[in-house]
Design a protein around this ligand. Structure first.
Ligand code: 3HC
Ligand code: NAI
Length: 730
């Protein structure tokens, strides 16, 4: 096909060609509205071929993120063939919409492969006899970046980003990315990018050779670059042929790198597989490296980890969708946030808002508590600055956004007020009564309670529709989870506001209903019951913790209690020696804060060791209770910790407290560090098999008993219908 002249007219266009007329040079801002005189061939539903004079433009438009669906692959392949056969001197690959190609179409992973393969399109690009330039805006991710790596040159606008996030989906960049990226950036940078999955900026990409130029105007800049490549006879660079950056890779790199990421990637398969691919890039020739990549990719793809991680990708996004909340619901624009209480949670909550540039008014009950709370916030920021996370200017500007007060009247200017005082219903009700008097009409009044009834708190106000739970997790400035708790009368606006502000401050909000402990803590309480029983029956706390750690959780229930403080909610005057925790508190053990809890802590390293004194306290208590101690297997520990949680999760679902099974998983992954590679408690139970889960729950119901072992009718129903918890939706 010949490249059309710039002034061909509409009647000359074929059926698949739409003609428009504008003056050259082509201005993309005009393209959508004013006809111009270049051919446009629709190659597939999402890809078209156009010509700007001597430059062929392959344009992808596959909203929302230009994923590489089969019609995109087909269009790319056909576009390359037709552009190569045309009179065009060079070819530009560009995308419409908000981003360059953001990767493979993940929704296609569960079905059979559809032709053409991405590799066919990539080969056509890489082996093209004309210069191919990829023009990047938004994010070139995964398969998208792997396509760009097959172009001879890459240019991008200043805001563009580049990454291989496959590791986050439990995969590796299986379209040649593992072999091409190290060849262009060097092995060290490639290891970093592939095992973290985090994108790098255009500046970084330019510095490491991943892109060739930062351009101002996406389309014109790319066209100019392509013309320059032709006129200056730049070589047709194929990354596969370039080995210069790999030549001096130190042999120690891989072992050092593995050691460096071991803690963060514990239990995940994909990071190690990505490292193996980079090793192959360094040690094998390109074709052999590709084969190794494919072999490892297939291995990951058929395992449960990648299925779980892909499930989580969609679960996190599904959680943002609230059935019944009209799309047009407006959320309040939060210009200033109020936080009541500058304790453990209030300080961290305030930091989230300051980090996002939102001014915060933090109110305490007295000047001393205020000073202490603000002091902790400042020292948190200073610690982050000392580690290089933020600059010292950032410390000051963020502190500058937080104003302290001891007068709740200062909340009058706030659009959203989050209460984080002690966990006491009477106190919270009296606070909300006051907030009702003080706060502006339309303001959203939120409580950070971890378990109390939002409806009862709301009843203390004359505007229960404005009251909502916003349950942050500790440490509130770090943990991503935010349970948004809707009361019976909570308005759509309050829900939309809490969800939107949650996103704005970088959290993962999940909406749930009112019950004791909401989704996360309610399930946690069930685990706590069995964990306490098991230490009395003979399992050491360190053994229970170890089993859960080995399962993939960051810590077990006893290490967690020590971290939070054993005396949370404990009152010396009413303590009745009726639980192990009370006994420990009564003997002066407060957890990590005083170096003695279920474990004893080294004052310098904070390393924990089991303490014989604790074992003694437990044994004595078990004796008093007439409990016979016995050997408990790891399998029993795991089942008795996790199955009551699954059972409770199912009850939470059937009561409509959580909207979907996947929401429960999002809460547990983000709130408690449940290992993402198992998908969360609901997905995990599905992979174990609900029939097996039901049998074990029924077994413990008949041998141990207790309300938490009475099986959820939903599990029974799903077993008989062949359904699953993770896909269950109310
Ligand atoms: N495939 C299918 N759908 C995708 C998708 C993909 N790769 N990426 C995003 N989507 C969907 C989302 O599910 C969402 O759908 P919804 O509106 O129905 O919920 C929609 O696109 C918009 O996505 P986001 O809400 O995430 O939009 P953002 O603007 O916040 O983020 C993004 C955009 C940074 C591109 C983000 O979507 C993202 O990180 N996407 C995944 C990128 C990725 O993992 N790519 C690698 C894929 S695997 C691969 O390429 C294998 C290869 O090596 C062979
Ligand atoms: P905290 O004891 O560390 O802080 C509470 C703060 O509230 C104290 O600084 C206290 O001086 C202040 N305060 C008490 N009454 C006040 C009043 N009338 N006016 C102003 N300030 C007042 O408690 P923490 O841990 O921060 O908990 C706060 C809330 O957050 C509780 O409801 C708790 O259940 C919830 N929560 C706690 C989590 C945790 O891990 N600590 C996790 C999630 C929620």
């Amino acid at each position: 096909m010949a490249a059309p002249s710039e002034f061909e007219t509409l009647p000359q266009c074929g059926e698949d060609q739409i003609g428009f007329a504008v003056d050259a040079p082509l201005d993309r801002t005009l393209v959508r509205s004013v006809p111009y005189v270049v051919h446009m061939t629709q190659l597939s539903q999402s890809v078209q071929l156009e010509f700007d004079g001597d430059i062929a433009i392959i344009r992808v438009d596959n909203p929302p993120v230009n994923a590489l669906s089969h019609h995109v692959r087909q269009g790319l392949l056909d576009g390359m063939k037709q552009a190569e056969e045309s009179d065009a001197a060079a070819i530009v690959l560009i995308c419409d919409g908000r981003t360059f190609i953001a990767g493979a179409d993940i929704t296609e992973f569960s079905g059979p492969p559809q032709p053409p393969s991405l590799q066919e399109a990539q080969d056509a690009m890489e082996n093209c006899s004309k210069h191919v330039v990829a023009a990047v805006h938004g994010t070139a991710l995964g398969g998208g970046l792997e396509v760009a790596l097959c172009a001879h040159y890459r240019v991008g606008v200043a805001s563009s980003q580049y990454g291989l996030p496959e590791v986050k989906l439990g995969l590796l960049p299986g379209a040649g990315g593992t072999q091409r990226l190290p060849r262009i950036t060097g092995a060290s940078k490639a290891l970093e990018m592939m095992t973290s999955g985090d994108p790098i900026s255009a500046d970084e990409a330019l510095a490491c050779g991943l892109i060739d130029e930062i351009i101002e105007d996406l389309e014109q800049g790319a066209i100019d670059f392509a013309r320059r490549a032709v006129s200056e006879k730049m070589p047709l660079l194929r990354i596969r042929d370039r080995n210069e950056k790999l030549a001096d890779t130190p042999t120690s790199l891989f072992e050092d790198f593995r050691a460096g990421i071991a803690r963060k990637t514990r239990g995940f398969l994909a990071p190690e597989y990505n490292v193996r691919c980079v090793e192959a890039a360094v040690g094998l020739d390109f074709e052999a490296g590709l084969e190794r990549e494919q072999e490892l990719f297939r291995d990951l793809m058929k395992g449960t980890q990648s299925k779980a991680q892909q499930y989580y990708f969609f679960a996190e996004r599904a959680a943002l969708k609230i059935p019944g909340l009209p799309k047009e619901t407006k959320s309040l624009d939060v210009h200033r946030c109020g936080v009541l209480g500058a304790g453990t949670m209030g300080g961290g909550i305030a930091m989230n808002f300051a980090n996002a540039g939102i001014p915060v008014t933090i109110v305490e009950r007295d000047a001393e508590s205020l000073e202490r709370g603000l002091g902790i916030v400042r020292s948190n920021y200073e610690r982050t600055a000392a580690r290089g996370g933020i600059s010292s200017d950032d410390v000051e500007s963020r502190m500058g956004l937080i104003s302290g007060s001891t007068d709740m009247g200062d909340f009058a200017e706030c659009d959203l007020i989050i209460e984080a005082v002690f966990e006491n219903m009477e106190l919270k009700k009296s606070i909300f009564e006051q907030l009702d008097q003080i706060c502006a009409e339309g303001a959203v009044l939120a409580s950070n309670t971890s378990a109390l009834d939002i409806n009862e708190i709301a009843s203390a106000t004359s505007r229960p529709d404005a009251v909502i739970g916003m349950h942050f997790f500790s440490p509130a400035n770090v943990m991503k989870m935010l349970e948004v708790v809707r009361g019976d009368e909570t308005s759509d606006t309050a829900i939309a506001t809490a969800m939107a502000i949650g996103r704005r401050i970088g959290k993962t909000p999940v909406l749930c209903g009112v019950c004791h402990g909401f989704v996360g803590n309610r399930m946690l309480f069930m685990r706590g019951i069995e964990a306490e029983k098991m230490i009395l029956e003979g399992a050491a706390p360190s053994r229970v913790d170890r089993v859960l750690f080995d399962f993939g959780l960051p810590m077990g229930p006893f290490a967690m209690s020590d971290l939070a403080g054993l005396d949370i909610g404990w009152d010396e005057t009413t303590s009745s020696s009726s639980t192990v925790r009370e006994l420990l508190c009564e003997s002066g053990r407060r957890g990590q804060k005083n170096g003695r809890g279920y474990y004893t802590y080294d004052p310098d390293t904070r390393a924990s060791t089991p303490d014989p004194e604790v074992e003694e306290i437990i044994k004595r208590f078990a004796d008093q209770q007439g409990i016979t101690r016995r050997e408990i297997s790891d399998q029993e520990i795991l089942e008795r910790c996790l199955y009551p949680m699954v059972n409770e999760g199912a009850k939470i679902l059937s009561e409509g407290i959580a909207i979907r099974g996947s929401d429960v998983d999002v809460v547990w992954i983000n709130g408690y560090g449940w290992p993402m590679y198992t998908g969360g408690p609901m997905f995990w139970a599905d992979t174990v098999g609900l029939k097996e889960v039901a049998e074990r729950i029924n077994h413990y119901a008949s041998t141990i008993g207790g309300e938490h072992w009475s099986i959820s009718p939903l599990i029974e129903q799903l077993v008989s219908d062949g359904g699953s918890l993770s896909t269950y939706t109310n």
